[in-house]
Design a binder for this molecule. Structure first.
Ligand code: WT7
Length: 641
């Protein structure tokens, strides 16, 4: 199979881009012709950013799993859909062909149905990176329920919050998960999350680590037993639920600058179209190639470029359970060598961490199968870009620097591998259908360039098919967060530069959101977690440049509790609290105890100053005259870690 909408030259990119802007309905309507619909649309797109209300393919009926599975049964039933590499390289890998995956998804869809899951119900999935995770996701979509996958690193408390917010009635989990040398007791975390929960009716537990678990009578069920019943009855097929184009497909929680994480909602048709289109074009996927995206399915990257993008394109998607540095720092290269991987899509933080191990781990690894390299999640520094290019791609693989967000569903700005030009540490050009604009604080377009470069806040002028539809249960929050800062624009929260060729470089968040190892964390969230610790009076959290993580977390804490005779113990107490409230990914790298925080007379913390101190730029703290007590700044600066 080839993809009629795969762009093949820079010239073609330009003409397609123009078409997509002049006539979005014509452009996306003709791409949509290449998918399987139960009923076609009445209207391609209808939108306003005021409410906001965005509808793509209104009136159309479909099920995304028919597009990912059923339509490939005949043409490529025996081709691998998912290849799974276990955490332990000694354990046998697994391959699920399109036929097998279809069968397993149908069977598990029966299991869900048998347990009462109906269209529109929320199914929370908290599993390690095993094929059953992808099966659970697709089975949920098959019966029209809404999945909400939670990354295995989140704590019981964060899961409890998400279950509550989504009013989830079902959970699919594992006894435990392997990640490198660690064994994470997932079911036991779920048990803690369910203390006091009033909505969850059933928990289906898949066996992976054989960690002892407590199974609650009437609530908890084993995956294997449930599947066996279905298999014995020969229930290998289930009719897919007919979904409206705009029915929600999934919820995925992500951090913002205020409050608790919000449930980003994506809908069926637009998300399917755009993840497929961007997968085929950005990575220039060719039939039969092996695509290896190293993300976890708990993040949007895994949803879009392990599951839905590749499978809807009939591709072979490689899924890896472990981590890049275990049993050693050559693991990615072993996997590339073993499966002859053609496309490798990973995060700058992984590249930087592997760089630290030198070239040894790359020796005697055959990487000649690689054709395309990709990065995602944070800005890639030039050093990491060149290392990736030279030592992994051997200077013959184009690198795609893909900028996007949980809210965008798919890639918005990126070069197309080998088709449009690359520029180290620049995401370069928008995908067709995407209209970026740089604005100043007031929302006016920035046109003035300094040495050919304009700089501003990155917004998008019109909707692409997989734009966020709402934040679950709170549409106003969606409006305020993304559509109210600047009238008639979607605001990304990122700052960007633009050069004379129209290339974009993403410089990072301009709001109070941190990007730690490619993971999004709100400073307010970390502060709330720290403040829950007894003895903490107040705290302020900022980011600072970190060699491997991109950004590190720096916390200033006012503390008057016990254990203060031993500051290092108090620091550990606080880290424990953060781990409990959010999860280990949100642990501050540095905790500085302070007597006060720099506040304005109106009581606002001046984060600008704290950021500068954390960055080590103590010479240029700027104007501190509006502070209530300018003296605290000296104290904080002198106590800097
Ligand atoms: C934020 C979104 C998109 C999937 C992974 C992260 C940053 C993402 C890039 C890139 C520079 C990037 C942005 C964005 N980001 N990709 N190629 N270059 N920055 O999804 O957790 O929703 O985070 O990640 O700051 O806003 P996310």
């Amino acid at each position: 199979m080839s993809y009629p909408y795969q762009i093949k030259s820079f010239h073609e990119y330009k003409t397609e881009y123009e078409k997509s802007i002049e006539d979005p309905a014509g452009f996306w309507g003709s791409i949509a012709e290449h998918f399987t619909w139960r009923r076609k649309w009445d209207e391609v797109v209808n939108w306003n950013f005021k409410e906001p209300k965005v509808e793509w393919f209104k009136g159309a009926k479909l099920n995304i799993t028919e597009n990912c599975l059923d339509r490939y049964l005949e043409s490529r039933g025996n081709q691998p859909a998912i290849i799974w590499e276990p955490n332990d390289p000694e354990e046998h890998h697994r391959t699920l062909t399109y036929r097998k995956l279809h069968e397993k998804v149908c069977q598990f869809a029966h299991v869900l149905k048998n347990n009462g899951v109906k269209k529109g119900d929320r199914v929370c999935i908290y599993m390690g990176m095993i094929p059953e995770l992808a099966i659970a996701v697709l089975a949920t979509a098959r019966i029209g329920a809404i999945h909400s996958v939670i990354f295995g690193g989140f704590s019981a408390q964060s899961i409890a919050d998400r279950l509550e917010d989504a009013q989830a009635e079902y959970i699919v989990t594992c006894d435990g998960a392997y990640r490198g040398a660690k064994d994470i007791p997932l079911k036991s975390v779920i048990d803690d999350a369910l203390i006091g929960n009033k909505t969850v009716k059933k928990v289906i537990v898949c066996t992976r680590t054989r960690t002892p678990v407590s199974m609650l009578k009437g609530r908890d069920l084993w995956w294997e037993e449930e599947m066996k019943q279905v298999e014995e009855k020969g229930l290998n097929y289930i009719e897919a639920e007919e979904m409206d184009a705009e029915d929600p497909l999934f919820i995925l929680y992500t951090s913002g600058s205020t409050g608790k994480p919000k449930g980003v909602v994506h809908s069926c048709a637009g998300y399917m179209l755009f993840t497929n289109y961007t997968f085929v074009n950005v990575f220039q996927y060719q039939t039969g190639q092996i695509h290896f995206c190293t993300a976890d399915i708990g993040w949007i990257t895994g949803h879009s470029y392990i599951v839905y993008g590749p499978l809807s394109a009939g591709a072979t998607s490689l899924m890896f359970e472990g981590v890049p540095t275990w049993p050693d720092a050559g693991r990615f290269w072993d996997i590339v060598d073993k499966y002859k991987v053609n496309i490798l899509y990973t995060a700058p933080t992984a590249i930087r961490s592997l760089m630290g191990f030198g070239l040894g781990p790359l020796q005697n690894k055959d990487l000649s199968s690689l054709k395309v390299l990709g990065t995602v999640g944070e800005p890639i520094n030039e050093e990491a870009w060149h290392w990736y290019d030279e030592h992994v791609g051997k200077k013959k693989c184009p690198i795609v620097d893909t900028w996007w967000q949980t809210e965008t569903g798919g890639i918005l700005i990126s070069n197309l591998a080998g088709i449009t030009p690359a520029k180290p540490s620049w995401a370069t050009l928008p995908l067709p259908g995407v209209q970026p604009i740089l604005v100043d604080e007031k929302g006016n377009e920035i046109t003035e360039a300094v040495d050919g470069i304009t700089s501003g806040n990155l917004c998008i002028k019109a909707p692409w098919p997989s734009i966020i539809r709402t934040t679950y249960g709170d549409h106003e929050r969606c409006r305020v967060n993304y559509f109210a800062t600047y009238e008639n624009l979607y605001f990304t929260g990122d700052g960007a530069l633009k050069d004379t060729e129209g290339f974009y470089r993403i410089t990072g968040r301009v709001d109070d959101v941190l990007n730690v190892s490619g993971h999004r964390i709100g400073t307010a969230e970390v502060e709330n977690a720290i403040n829950m610790h007894a003895g903490v009076v107040e705290s302020a959290v900022v980011g600072y440049p970190h060699d491997i993580k991109g950004q590190g977390i720096y916390a200033y804490v006012i503390y008057n509790g016990t254990h203060m005779d031993d500051q290092s113990l108090t620091r550990k107490d606080i880290l424990q609290t953060v781990t409990r409230v959010i999860g280990p990914i949100a642990k501050p790298d540095k905790i500085q105890f302070v007597g006060g925080l720099p506040k304005t007379r109106s009581g606002k913390i001046m984060r600008r100053i704290l950021r500068k101190i954390a960055e080590g730029e103590v010479q240029s703290l700027g104007d501190t005259s509006t502070l209530l007590d300018p003296g605290v700044v000296d104290e904080i600066r002198d106590g800097r870690l």
